[in-house]
Design a protein around this ligand. Structure first.
Ligand code: ASP
Length: 303
């Protein structure tokens, strides 16, 4: 998906490998972002509106649909926001919140950029985010499937021995295996009419994962980046994405003059086919999305 257009642009994704049948959720999120952009004109508020829409749609692995940890009980979420008006905030390993992206937005108002674990949760409560502990039916089904896969021979996470999850197990209960690598983080990038850029993302994390695992989503330059030349969000297996500092790598290619679709192609080409990865990006004149596994997505440009 690609567009060459000045004016505002919004691109939304629902996670590499999550399947195009979730496109409607991305379209709805892109419309929420456009409505926000039309009302307030601020790229970051628009990106956040898109993410809240998908966090509230429990088909996505974020917010209300966030994935269960291997113990079948714990949910730890990551989220981020960044824009060219100087805002940068992220949360990692955050529990019991409906909309982690709104907590990330609040972090951007503090002296810090990233809050994790218990401190992030206490901060969320202090900022008025009420406890949310519901587990979606989809997350329960995915957890069961994951345990089945971890018990089998096929690698649940590319390049990783399934037995590693038992060897390094750090949940309070004992391991009861199985799983499939799950990647359906949500992300949004926006260019507003004033030429400002913003990115926001939220995830229940990639599965399977040990307790306390943090992926690329809240790591600036890996899962997300925004600067004067554009904004980029990545999705896929965070352990692979981080090794390439993917969002900042793509951003710098665009800043150096590489056409956006070429930058996305080159970036996806860095990964083996069995490693799910996807990207969305906006530059001063372009907008696009690319992935190596079916990724729900939507794009809106204007004026
Ligand atoms: N990148 C996310 C993570 O590794 C997962 C995803 O994009 O779906 O936590």
């Amino acid at each position: 998906m690609n567009a060459n257009h000045p004016g505002s642009a919004i691109v939304v994704h629902g996670g590499a490998g999550a399947g195009r049948e979730l496109d409607d959720g991305c379209v709805q999120a892109a419309h929420a972002a456009r409505k926000q952009l039309e009302q307030e004109g601020d790229a970051l508020d628009a990106a956040i509106a898109a993410i809240v829409s998908m966090e509230d749609d429990s088909r996505f692995n974020a917010g209300t649909g966030a994935a269960l940890g291997l113990d079948g009980a714990t949910i730890e979420m990551d989220a981020c926001v960044m824009d060219t008006r100087g805002r940068l905030g992220a949360v990692a390993g955050l529990r019991a919140v409906r909309n982690p992206v709104l907590v990330a937005r609040d972090v951007a108002r503090t002296p810090h950029c990233l809050l994790g674990g218990e401190g992030a949760e206490r901060f969320a409560r202090a900022m008025g985010h009420t406890p949310y502990r519901a587990v979606s039916e989809k997350a329960r089904r995915a957890h069961k499937k994951m345990l089945d896969q971890l018990a089998g021979d096929a690698q649940a996470m590319p390049g990783v021995d399934n037995r590693d999850f038992a060897t390094f197990w750090n949940y309070a209960c004992s391991p009861a295996f199985a799983g499939k690598t799950g990647c359906d983080t949500v992300g949004a990038v926006v260019r507003d009419q004033d030429g400002h850029f913003a990115v926001a993302a939220s995830t229940g994390g990639s599965a399977p994962s040990l307790l306390g695992r943090v992926g690329d989503t809240p790591i600036v330059g890996s899962g997300f980046y925004a600067g004067p030349h554009g904004a980029v969000a990545a999705t896929g297996i965070g352990e692979h994405i981080m090794r390439h500092m993917l969002a900042s790598t793509v951003y710098h290619w665009i800043a150096a003059g590489t056409a956006l679709d070429e930058a996305l192609r080159r970036a996806i080409g860095l990964f083996p086919a069995d490693v799910a990865v996807g990207l969305i990006a906006v530059s001063r004149t372009e907008a696009g999305a690319l992935s190596n596994q079916a990724m729900p997505q939507a794009m809106v440009s204007h004026g």
